[in-house]
Design a binder for this molecule. Sequence first.
Ligand code: PNS
Length: 160
Amino acid sequence: MRRAVCPGSFDPVTYGHLDVVSRAAGLFDEVVVGVLVNEAKHGLFTVDERIEMLVASVTRLGLANVSVVGFSGLLVDFCRENDIAAIVKGLRAVSDFDFELQMAQMNHNLSGVDTVFLPTSPEWSFLASSLVKEVARFGGDVSQLVPSDVHARLKERLAT
Ligand code: PNS
């Protein structure tokens, strides 16, 4: 059985993430969406909230072979502990490639785990959680960029 991880911060999940996760689910027997627990960095949403939103999206999409969990520490340790053979990352543009290549090579050097890059669908190539939050914070319309429940939570969180 081939198991892969789609790691990230997912603060919050966007249609760009879901594009990569759903395509990974078609390539691997099982996909684990790994939400980074970073004590040093507080996001807009807690890790539990991010996981809740991801689970809702994955369920809505009917992705039966996808699970969502939080992880802390090194991604390669998470892979080893969970018998994960591959890391799946989306590449939006050439600008993503430098750092992603560096991380892929570091992770391979540390543990032998391979990284598979998926080109993000062109319709989402400009999309990033950080931009979604910034646009929403200043009243811009992000309703086409994130699932409707995430949109509602964003508006609620930014109103407080
Ligand atoms: O969504 P992000 O914030 O771009 O995701 C970055 C993430 C979580 C994939 C990356 O920071 C990561 O793998 N963190 C875990 C710690 C780790 O293994 N660092 C060494 C990477 S070579």
